[in-house]
Design a protein around this ligand. Structure first.
Ligand SMILES: NC(=O)c1ccc[n+]([C@@H]2O[C@H](COP(=O)([O-])OP(=O)(O)OC[C@H]3O[C@@H](n4cnc5c(N)ncnc54)[C@H](OP(=O)(O)O)[C@@H]3O)[C@@H](O)[C@H]2O)c1
Length: 350
């Protein structure tokens, strides 16, 4: 192992043992043991910022303690500096380098998380990239989970050039990334669904048209009226609005695809996933292709996202940055489902 500076024996970390909503389940420890020295391909990272994700809160609420470390650390996304490396650690992340990354969902479910001052990562537990030179560390923390999800959605939609794309939830953590990645991959027209108060922001990310779903309610009726003659090739839903898929034949091409990553309806989401993807049209299935998936967060995708930032095709929109001790307030904003962009926690000054 090589290491830049000696490590304190304890650190600040948000922890949970029993499941529940973050406000009930999480507590801030000021004396949690720092990770053991890195082994093999491990990297030890001094975390500077952590960005929250709905999936992080879902894990706190649902994964029982016998399936994970106890106490566990919440959250996936982080930015920070490499402070020590195991003997076979990847050489592209030398000690002192600024990195941003995200724990995989599987690692997070086992209790590994980023809302702590020091973390250990390796290629099995996290996707990692260098922080693009012009990017701040708060922005970098919010880049990877939603950025990789946006890339995965656009890759699955096979956006190559000229497509007409509808993005639902365009002002959220995933949606702000999807609008930008779709344009970066060559989408011809991106129509973005969000509240009027976020219209200017989303237009600034590259959306060609904005629809305020609160004004045009029901949204599906408005879409049918406006886009029947010029239907979409792709619908990218980051919220999980079932009606949007059920009515999609009115505004999605016959060979088009509807991709959803939103899971805000809990178990219902997964029952609908099965029905939407596999119910034959002869017995009531919707005659449009449906796809839902959990993004496999990894090193390759982390690099793709960082490259898009380098090319100035992608940036992180920050809703608000909270101090470490105010992380529960950050969760309140995240769980309000009204955050515009990423909710970030400043873990420590580097
Ligand atoms: N499958 C995967 O790999 C994966 C990965 C990441 C996230 N996710 C899931 O994706 C979903 C979105 O995550 P996120 O981080 O983007 O959440 P988020 O940032 O909390 O989303 C907040 C945004 O949702 C918008 N919104 C809320 N209700 C809406 C509705 N009915 N129609 C349109 N927009 C609506 C709000 O827009 P306005 O304020 O403008 O109305 C707000 O900007 C979550 O369910 C998350 O678990 C899945």
């Amino acid at each position: 192992m090589t290491q830049s500076t000696p490590l304190p024996s304890t650190m600040r970390a948000w922890l949970y043992s029993a499941n529940g909503n973050p406000s009930a389940a999480l507590s801030l420890s000021t004396s949690h043991p720092t990770p053991s020295p890195p082994q093999g391909s491990d990297l030890l990272i001094r975390v500077c910022h952590c960005a929250l994700n709905p999936v992080g809160a879902i894990t706190v609420a649902t994964i029982p303690s016998f399936m994970r470390r106890c106490p566990a650390i919440p959250e996936l996304d982080f930015s920070g500096t490499v402070v020590a490396a195991g003997p076979t650690a990847p050489s592209q992340f030398p000690i002192g380098s600024r990195v941003c990354g995200t724990f995989t969902v599987a690692a997070n479910r086992k209790g590994l998380g980023s809302l702590a001052e020091w973390i250990i990562v390796n290629e099995e537990t996290a996707g990692l990239a260098r922080v693009p030179p012009d990017m701040g560390m708060a922005e970098a923390a919010g880049l990877q989970c939603t950025g990789q999800t946006a890339v995965a959605m656009c890759e699955k939609a096979r956006i190559k050039g000229g497509e007409r794309v509808l993005v639902n939830g365009a002002s959220g953590g995933v949606g702000t990334m999807v609008v930008q990645v779709a344009k970066a991959m060559g989408a011809g027209v991106v129509v973005a669904v969000c509240s009027e108060k976020n219209a200017e922001l989303v237009r600034g990310l590259g959306a060609d048209e904005i629809i305020d779903y609160r004004v045009h309610d029901p949204l599906t009726k408005y879409l049918a009226e406006k886009y029947a003659a010029e239907p979409f090739d792709v619908i990218l839903d980051t919220i999980g609005v079932q009606e949007l898929y059920e009515h999609s034949p009115d505004y999605l091409k016959e060979n088009g695809i509807h991709i959803n990553v939103g899971v805000n309806k809990g178990l219902k989401t997964f029952l609908r996933w099965g029905k939407n993807a596999w119910l034959p049209t002869a017995i009531g299935g919707v005659p449009r292709k449906y796809c839902m998936f959990n993004t496999v967060l990894n090193m390759r995708m982390a690099g793709v996202v960082a490259d898009l930032v380098d090319e100035r095709k992608l940036r992180t929109v920050i809703a608000e940055v909270f101090e470490m001790e105010n992380a529960l307030k950050a969760y309140d904003l995240l769980l309000s489902q009204r955050a515009r962009g990423k909710v970030v926690v400043k873990v420590q000054e580097l």
